[in-house]
Design a binder for this molecule. Structure first.
Ligand code: PLP
Ligand code: SF4
Length: 339
């Protein structure tokens, strides 16, 4: 987390989650030694981390299985030389063309009736498959004056019913900042819902603070939290408890996953993910095909395979535990169903 955000927004003592954010594992050697794996076997080209550094929160690392290079949690964060561009690489750095739906700093207006606010420039983790790894957040994290301009834009457009806090990861921002912004948005009469897309409660369940429960649970906006969980083993007791506290405040919990080769591209992994999430109070929502951004090809699962896996899920799970298989399409007003 950038120092400025920490200093600007926390009030009293540094909270536990902020300490965890200030102490992320950034050295692959430390990660691998913790997992009792030989760092020499990684032999990483330094350009990989220069392009997208390693960031792993310790509570997430603690859920990885020792001695297993194929651990599905490790694979999501393990940098590999395969991320480097090869000559003739056609994959884009802005696959969703988000540069064109960015009318004000901090605001993405690409879906009808809802807008995305990029409220934090960073994440609590760096997922190697991330489609936003090339996005220029520095010009998209406004100060308060600029946020007021965003609120004004929303006020002018009565079609906008929902605000989505996005990032980066919006919960990498502090509660004071988020409570302030939410208070501003509550003054817009036609806004009905506040949705947060965040991977932080799964990575660092300590992020679900009393303050967070207060500003989110007491908001007049109907709160939705979309957690981004890709594998059942990401949900341990602490995470399940954090979900429970959110639900007790009336927050609707949904999950969206990315279909990732070597992480969750099997019927058993997807089934267990849906069942584990539901047991913790979260409904499956979307299963995304990977966005074809440069550097993530080794996670790619073919659309036909995705369709087959979802069909198999339909055959062994109730409909409410089967996520919708979707992909993003540049310029489209919604995600495209893959059927
Ligand atoms: C897809 C997506 C949205 C919009 O999703 P809908 O549920 O279709 O409105 C918002 N934020 C993120 C991060 C998304 O991936
Ligand atoms: S948390 Fe989301 S935005 Fe952040 S690195 Fe992971 S996939 Fe990307």
């Amino acid at each position: 987390m950038s120092e400025s955000v920490l200093q600007l927004h926390h009030t009293g003592a540094t909270e536990k989650w902020q300490q965890i954010l200030a102490d992320l594992v950034t050295d692959p050697k430390e990660l691998l030694q913790f997992l009792e794996l030989d760092p020499l076997q990684l032999n990483l080209d330094p350009r990989v981390l220069a392009a997208f550094p390693l960031k792993v929160p310790r509570p997430f690392m603690a859920r990885m299985e020792k001695g297993n290079w194929q651990d599905p949690l490790l694979r999501q964060v393990l940098p590999l030389d395969r991320e480097l561009p090869v000559a003739g690489d056609l994959a884009a750095t802005d696959p969703l063309d988000e540069g064109h739906s960015n009318p004000l700093p901090g605001l993405l207006h690409k879906y009808h009736g809802r807008v995305l606010l990029t409220v934090a420039p960073h994440c609590a983790i760096h997922c190697r498959y991330c489609f936003r790894r090339h996005f220029d957040y520095r010009h998209n994290t406004p100060g308060r004056q600029a946020w007021l301009a965003v609120v004004d834009y929303i006020r002018q457009d009565p079609d906008i019913r929902e605000v989505i806090y996005s990032g980066g990861d919006p919960l990498a921002a502090g509660d004071r900042q988020l409570a302030w912004l939410t208070g501003q948005l509550e003054t817009v009469p036609h806004l009905q819902r506040l949705r947060i897309h965040s991977r932080t409660p799964v990575m660092i369940p300590q992020r679900v603070t009393t303050d967070l429960l207060q500003w989110l649970g007491n908001s007049r906006l109907n709160p939705v939290l979309v957690v981004h969980c890709n594998h059942a083993r990401e949900v341990d007791d602490d995470v399940a408890r954090a979900f429970n506290r959110l639900r007790a405040e009336g927050v609707t919990l949904l999950n969206q996953s990315v279909l990732l080769k070597g992480v969750n591209d099997s019927l058993s992994a997807l089934r267990e993910l849906s069942e584990t999430l539901f047991a913790a109070g979260v409904l499956p929502y979307y299963l995304h095909l990977l966005d074809p951004v440069q550097g993530v090809g080794h996670f790619d699962v073919a659309a036909a395979r995705g369709r087959s896996l979802v069909t198999q899920m339909q055959n062994c799970l109730p409909g409410y535990l089967v996520p919708r298989l979707v992909r993003e399409q540049a310029g489209a007003g919604a995600k495209l169903a893959v059927s």
